[in-house]
Design a protein around this ligand. Structure first.
Ligand code: GLC
Length: 539
């Protein structure tokens, strides 16, 4: 099978959440030297690329998705030179590198927002953000009824130096994440410059945070119902047609560079709107959240796989597959609960997952995912079979969602717990001092990397073997052909010379005696019970 020259069409991309990956400084927060220290581990695992969540200078109101300086590394993560060294070291191991770009908002501690606060209403400094006068006789009411994704109102009112109330500013996320004004040419040219800055440093692509949020509907109309960013329910804050011109201009910026640089959209939009983001002159791929949120149901998987492939094929984009990331309940935990399509984090007061069932389904889902054509994402720790920390005591919570939702949503800390590297070391080897910014659950000890890499029956070894077969057999560049006849509850397809059978919820399947099993979850006994997947080599 011929590989296409564009690496991102078929790549398996490993998401690193730097504060929880590996800490070398000993402060309990992961850092870029820690990432560099484990690049060999990632090369050995067999991924093609890494995507790093933000490590830029930030007051960390949203774990770094509140950026104060887009060109500097936060001291928590090391020095700016470490980002450059990371690119070089990754390239030296044949790994591509994707950075995270956060263009919808900055931190309130960004120099631009500080200047806007010091400037007057109507000034060029204020024009870079979404400042508005309030409604009501004295402007005491917010300009509209939008709410923040993290809970509470999306507007905060300023107070002047003399204590008088002033204009309001928009923040679709935390109060410390003011939204930028993408009608401003100054904002547009600054972000093109930031792209060039890191492209010059050799980065291979960018994951674009909240890609569907940058442009708001003209006049900022009220919403007539509650809209959640992380649902397909859109409103005047999201998915406006005006965003596409921005991505066309960024496409042109990337096209000036060699080496197939790529843009990846984080856009929580209706599936029929997602292809618009990956048209030939826009971004290169978009996360497939319909796959991530698909419940444990064979018909639902078949539908989402079919519609995703059709939609992306129509615009010539690769389909991506993803099961976990830093914003959702890890798939081992999600698939072990009653409501398998519910991605929201859970706490000690919620129904707890069945961890063994979750693990069986998680590995079965992963093996199904890695047999699909296109590009796939792996979130750090899923190769160890990590669950969420679903009983994290509330006092440790740092995700702003917890406070802003009045403790209704526990938020995303449970999927962000520091990785276990060494079972018998303090802090499970995350940090040389044993410090970890969130406590690790007891179950992480047996799942530590050092317990798994040499064990042929471990989850790590399953990922390793699947990635190697996927690469050797060119599955990323292949195409899918459904296989019928296995009955209800089963997803079966052929990709190249591999037949993948995922028994989601059907009766047990007896594999033919001469079946050549390449890989499987659960025992290799010729029987495929529910919650298991097998890859067979085509005879
Ligand atoms: C994206 C990020 C999330 C962050 C939000 C605001 O959804 O993945 O972690 O909180 O954007 O930047």
């Amino acid at each position: 099978m011929t590989q296409t020259p564009e690496w991102w069409r078929t790549a398996v991309i490993y998401q690193i959440y730097p504060r929880s990956f590996r800490d070398l400084s000993g402060d309990g927060y992961g850092d870029l030297p820690g990432v560099i220290d484990r690049l060999d581990y990632l090369r050995d695992l067999g991924v093609d690329a890494v995507w790093l969540s933000p490590f830029y200078r930030s007051p960390m109101a949203d774990a770094g998705y509140d950026v104060a300086d887009y060109r500097a590394v936060d001291p928590m993560f090391g020095e700016t030179a470490d980002a450059h060294r990371l690119i070089e070291e990754a390239h030296a191991r044949g790994l591509k590198v994707i950075f995270d770009l956060v263009p919808n908002h900055t931190s309130d501690e960004h120099a631009w927002f500080q200047a806007a606060l010091a400037a007057k209403p109507g000034s060029p400094e204020r024009d870079r953000y979404m400042f508005r006068d309030g409604k009501g006789a004295d402007g005491e009411l917010p300009p509209n009824n939008w709410t923040s994704v993290f809970g509470g109102p999306a507007w905060t009112r300023l107070t002047g130096a003399d204590g008088t109330p002033e204009q309001w500013y928009l923040h679709l996320f935390d109060v410390k994440q003011p939204d930028l004004n993408w009608d401003s040419p100054v904002v547009r040219s600054e972000f093109e410059d930031i792209l060039r800055h890191w492209l010059d440093a050799g980065v291979d692509g960018f994951r674009i945070d909240v890609a569907h949020g940058l442009v708001k509907a003209e006049g900022l109309p009220d919403v007539d119902h509650d809209t959640l960013m992380l649902s397909s329910d859109s409103g005047p804050q999201w998915d406006q047609d005006g965003v596409h011109e921005i991505y066309r201009s960024w496409h042109r910026v990337l096209a000036d560079y060699d080496g197939d640089r790529a843009l990846v959209a984080e856009a929580w939009v209706h599936s029929d709107r997602l292809p618009l983001y990956v048209r030939r002159d826009e971004m290169h791929q978009a996360f497939n959240f319909d796959f991530l949120t698909c419940p444990w149901d064979a018909d639902a998987y078949r539908d989402v796989i079919t519609s995703s492939l059709e939609a992306n094929d129509a615009v010539g984009a690769p389909t991506t597959w993803v099961l976990s990331n830093h914003d959702v309940l890890r798939h081992r935990s999600r698939l072990g609960r009653e409501d398998t399509g519910n991605r929201f984090g859970i706490g000690p007061d919620d129904e707890q997952p069945d961890h063994e069932l979750g693990l069986a389904r998680a590995t079965a889902a992963t093996l199904m995912m890695l047999a699909l054509p296109g590009s796939a994402y792996v979130y750090q720790g899923e190769e160890l079979g990590l669950p969420d920390h679903t009983t994290l005591p509330h006092e440790y919570r740092q995700d702003p969602t917890w406070e802003r939702s009045d403790h209704e949503q526990v938020g995303r800390d449970g999927c962000r717990v520091p990785l276990p590297w060494t079972a018998d070391a303090p802090g499970l080897g995350f940090s040389p001092t044993g410090e970890t910014w969130l406590p690790q659950p007891e179950s992480y000890r047996d799942l530590a990397a050092d317990q798994q890499v040499d064990d042929p029956d471990s989850v790590w070894s399953l990922y390793h073997a699947a990635l190697a077969e996927r690469r050797a057999r060119g599955l990323g560049a292949g195409s899918l052909e459904w296989i019928e006849g296995y009955g209800d509850g089963v997803v079966a397809f052929r990709n190249g010379d591999v037949v993948c059978i995922a028994n989601i919820s059907g009766p047990e399947i007896h594999l033919p005696d001469d079946a050549s099993v390449l890989l499987c979850t659960g025992p290799r006994d010729g029987v495929l019970t529910a919650n298991r997947t097998v890859w067979l080599a085509q005879q």
